[in-house]
Design a protein around this ligand. Structure first.
Ligand code: 1PX
Length: 215
């Protein structure tokens, strides 16, 4: 896996990972969740160094989860459901304020989970966009409706500036590397409901355990 963030991005790969994410009984496999994010980070890296601070944060969160997966307790991290149970049962989560477990699997995955909502909103806008619609506007609107609510002013400002550097829709579609625009739209039509399902299952689980505001 080392260095895989620098390889070429393909939207189909991301779709495949999110497809593999759900077990038959609708649990979310951490391994495939993380693979989906790795694919997305590749995309971000191919857009240039302006997005480096975003991809760096995503990579570090991916790495925390990979480390748990590869640890002696790795099997407990197989699914988001088993991770939540394991960490709560063993008091491995800082629930109210940061303390002895500042980088728990639960709080780390929550950050990516919130970003997944941004992705869902952004991709849905992209899917239904017209040729001369601006990716920066779609991105900002999706961000303001989701992740921005969890970010301090300084992060919101940096993110807002980075959005200006986004390429236009035609280049964006090319980088996705799945063929002509109609094909991109078709794949997005499959990807968005899948991402939405993974998001909803995780959201319900976190809500049930009162984990949506982990510090
Ligand atoms: C097919 C098109 C796909 C586009 C893929 C783009 C992938 C984007 C990956 C974004 C991952 C962002 C993870 C952010 C996690 C987060 O919220 N971290 C913050 C909180 O963490 P902490 O440990 O401190 O509690 C952290 O402060 C974040 C810092 C970096 C800034 C995050 C800005 C996120 C903007 C999201 C929009 C990305 C724009 C990409 C345009 C394509």
């Amino acid at each position: 896996m080392a260095g895989s963030e620098n390889q070429k991005f393909c939207l189909q790969e991301v779709l495949d990972s999110f497809q593999l994410c759900l077990s038959p009984n609708k649990e979310v496999y951490v391994e495939h969740y993380v693979a989906g994010w790795r694919g997305l980070v590749k995309f971000l890296n191919s857009l240039g160094s302006v997005f480096g601070f975003i991809s760096k944060d995503a990579v570090s969160k991916i790495q925390i989860l990979v480390n748990f997966l590869n640890s002696e307790n790795g099997s407990q991290y197989a699914t988001v459901q088993s991770m939540v149970k394991f960490e709560l049962d063993n008091k491995l989560v800082d629930v109210d304020k940061k303390g002895i477990c500042p980088e728990s699997g639960c709080r780390t995955l929550l950050r990516l989970h919130r970003a997944l909502r941004w992705l869902e909103l952004f991709l849905e806008r992209l899917r239904t966009s017209k040729e001369d619609d601006k990716t920066s506007v779609m991105c900002r609107e999706a961000y303001n409706e989701s992740l921005a609510q969890h970010h301090p002013w300084v992060v919101r400002t940096a993110a807002g500036m980075a959005f200006f550097a986004l390429p236009g829709r035609p280049t964006f579609f090319e980088v996705m590397d799945v063929g002509p625009p109609e094909q991109v739209v078709a794949i997005l039509g499959k990807a968005v409901p899948l991402i939405s399902e993974v998001y909803l299952i995780t959201e319900e689980l976190y809500l049930k355990h009162n984990l949506l505001d982990l510090p």
